[in-house]
Design a protein around this ligand. Structure first.
Ligand code: G3I
Length: 488
């Protein structure tokens, strides 16, 4: 018999689901339910780039404050923003971000003191010692203004060339002399001795000519006592990840500097969640990798536009990439909880089934307990109506039993049609209630019904809460693929 407390909890979940709220249930010991909590368990921070004018949008700040404990201004501390006319400094936007961070227990990464881009017009037109003096004055003034409030500064951003040269990027700053970078680091140290001082760049995601050029500079700085504490790897990523991503982080760490993932975003598509997870695991595997920052909060906040490169969709829903990062943070360096291909499922375990396309969980709508109740997808909350057990029917087939109702997934009326409804029903061990698991890539599986030979899918590839679950001909779509996340 259920205790009063369990019943109360179940009732709360039912109410929450029907009102569209999500519920954070008590997590397993040591598992964080937000990015910042899970990262903190591993001694890391989880950050986001913030557009300061969005701090007045509650849908934005709700996610920011719930999930992130580090911020970096996307644009507001760049040279063009902080010194629009020579000697005239404007700090209001940066100050606003610092206040928000302090009020919400977040650390601040300063971005960026010197960069070839986003320079004010007056600096773009300068050269030689006039530019060098103006640049060093800029470093000193800005680092002094924010002194004591910045955890780490991107002192210099993107000073190395793309391609195979391994050398510096040509720029007005570079033409003032090769020592401009070390001069900037020394000026920053003098102005704010408490801030960690970092070099930050992109296309440094593996061991390549550009990252090696930077590596050689950092090694040289360390050997000569130029004050550098950290290196940022922006990690604006496409559809694959360099195989030596972790090894590259490690070789920098071995020079005695901290490393951070500073501007992470990943091209949308079937590999997005896997790449996010792999980057997270790489950071956790390098003890001096102290944190991860995504370059924005929701897809629509991103400079990458239609790449949909972030962890939250435009409505603020968590994407499968979010779940992948959270699981990676909670699992440390242990890869996913999906059973390895061919190993079958553990019939004593409880699983949450996450759809590959939407990132949402298979869910008995409104925690119903009656025969015929509809099955939907819903934002993962680990409720009992999102937990499923595989009951062995023999021959490689299983019924899929709800923890909340004890009913099983059922193709309604033994339909063999595309779009046939999937409901829950009392366990009769009918062939319309039996499913076998077929492996897709990256640990995802399809659930194939024994009677109809069709697969369980999210109808119309919906990504919305309440999206319908039906059967459809198996075409390998990501809306037909599920990750089995073992939670009990
Ligand atoms: O605010 C003005 C607005 O008033 C004006 O009407 C409009 C016209 O285009 O421009 C607005 O400024 C834009 C600014 O973003 C704020 O939205 C700039 O044009 C635009 O160039 C700027 O882009 C930023 C870009 O850096 C260049 O500074 C992106 O938001 C920002 O995400 C991007 O961030 C960089 C990192 O700093 C360094 N690493 C790469 C990363 C991505 O490119």
């Amino acid at each position: 018999m259920k205790s009063k407390r369990t019943m109360l909890a179940a009732a709360t979940i039912a109410v929450a689901l029907t009102t569209g709220m999500t519920v954070a249930l008590t997590p397993a010991a040591g598992a964080g339910t937000t990015l910042k909590a899970a990262a903190a368990e591993k001694g890391r921070y989880f950050g986001a780039a913030v557009a300061v004018n969005k701090l007045s949008t509650s849908a934005y700040t709700t996610i920011l404050n719930r999930e992130f404990n580090s911020v970096v201004p996307e644009n507001e501390m760049k040279w063009s923003s902080t010194e629009p006319q020579q000697g005239v400094f404007t700090y209001s936007s940066g100050d606003r971000l610092v206040s928000h961070a302090q009020a919400n227990g977040m650390s601040v990464r300063g971005h960026t003191l010197l960069w070839h881009a986003q320079q004010p017009g007056w600096a773009q037109g300068m050269s030689g010692s006039a530019l060098r003096n103006a640049a060093m004055n800029h470093v000193t003034q800005v680092a002094t203004h924010f002194r004591g409030k910045i955890h780490s500064w991107d002192v210099v951003n993107e000073a190395f060339a793309d391609g195979g040269s391994g050398g510096r990027r040509d720029s007005n700053l570079q033409r003032t002399g090769n020592d401009w970078i070390e001069a900037a680091f020394r000026a920053a140290r003098a102005a704010d001795p408490g801030a960690k001082l970092c070099y930050n760049d992109y296309n440094t995601d593996g061991i390549n000519a550009k990252s090696t050029g930077i590596y050689n500079m950092v090694r040289d700085f360390r050997s000569r006592g130029v004050p550098i504490d950290c290196v940022g790897f922006q990690s604006h990523l496409g559809t694959s990840l360099a195989g030596d991503y972790q090894a590259n982080l490690q070789r920098f760490a071995d020079l005695g500097v901290d490393v951070q993932i500073t501007e992470l975003d990943v091209m949308t598509g079937g590999n997005q969640a896997n790449i996010y997870a792999a980057v997270t695991r790489a950071c956790l595997a390098v003890s001096r990798c102290t944190g991860i920052t995504t370059w924005g909060v929701r897809d629509c906040d991103s400079w990458r536009g239609s790449d949909n490169a972030l962890l939250f969709d435009c409505n603020g829903n968590k994407k499968s990439a979010y779940n992948a990062v959270l699981d990676a943070l909670n699992g440390g360096s242990t890869p996913p909880t999906t059973p390895p291909p061919g190993s079958g499922v553990d019939t004593s375990a409880w699983y949450v089934l996450l759809n590959r396309n939407s990132g949402k969980a298979l869910d008995v709508y409104a925690a119903a307990t009656n025969d015929g109740a509809r099955i939907s997808q819903w934002t993962r909350n680990n409720g009992n109506n999102q937990q499923w057990q595989f009951v062995d029917s023999g021959g490689g087939y299983y019924r899929v039993k709800s923890r909340n109702s004890s009913k099983v997934l059922d193709v309604s009326n033994f339909s063999t049609a595309d779009g046939g409804a999937i409901v829950q029903w009392s366990d009769l061990n009918g062939t319309n209630q039996q499913f076998r698991l077929a492996n897709s890539s990256d640990g995802y599986v399809r659930l194939i019904n024994r009677n109809s030979n069709k697969v369980v899918e999210v109808q119309g590839a919906s990504t919305a809460d309440g999206g319908n679950i039906v059967q459809y001909a198996d075409w390998g779509g990501t809306n037909q693929q599920w990750q089995l996340v073992r939670i009990g």
